[in-house]
Write a protein of this length. Sequence first.
Length: 278
Amino acid sequence: MKHEYYFMAGLPRSGVTLLKTLLDQNPKIHSGPISPVVELLHYSNQYFLDSESYNAYPKPKAAHRIVSSIIDNYYYDVEKPIIIDHNRAWPGNIERIKTYINPNPKIICTVRDILDILTSFITLVHKNNHQVSYIDEFLLAKNKLISDDNRCDHLMSMDGIVGQSLYVLYKSLFICHDQSYLLLVDYEDIVNNPDNTMKKIYDFLELDYYEHDFYHINQKITEDDTEWGLKDMHKVRKELKKISKDPRDILSQFILNKYDNFEFWKNNDHRYVFQEIA
């Protein structure tokens, strides 16, 4: 089957899994778990650049065909005609999409207030307090005290999943300049105004609208969260409703002050600085 390809990225704990599950209700759309396609494109392309045997007798058209065929082979057995491939790295790989998949890419990118993201992570860590999370494993390896403040700082660092995702988004908005391929979708809009939000997404993708069921959500495909070191990280509730804790009830005043107004995509702030944890 010939497929149309679109892409999804986003900040962690910002509704990506929820949005994918909703879109997958559409009988024409496949929107599954995170995929390795972007990494496969990168490493395959790098192989041709580094390979002595290839460079001794290069065949650029053949190399291009091989790399371009990766996504078709990955989704070969998917029977739906429209694919939405998810990986947080897509906004930073726009040229690869243009070169190997689609000259006019469209990427949906979910966002959420940073303090709400951190609150969601810390709440999940507390819920799974019987196990050592991947966040705590990192802190232990760095001889850091396990505390919620240090957990938040790690998440926001360039070693952390939030910091890395923020950096990709930052580069896409303020360095690459061309933002026409990117649609930012706020978590609050998904849960508070889902119908209008989904219509905006369909308009952006230039697809016919589908009436989604926000009260009977069936997560058909689930990721193995043991790979991410945090149970229920990608679990979706069966009904769309906001159940979020107030950051002021979970986070310290230090963290509340440190990461307040950190949403550079809202205030067009080009001065975003990424920190490192020593």
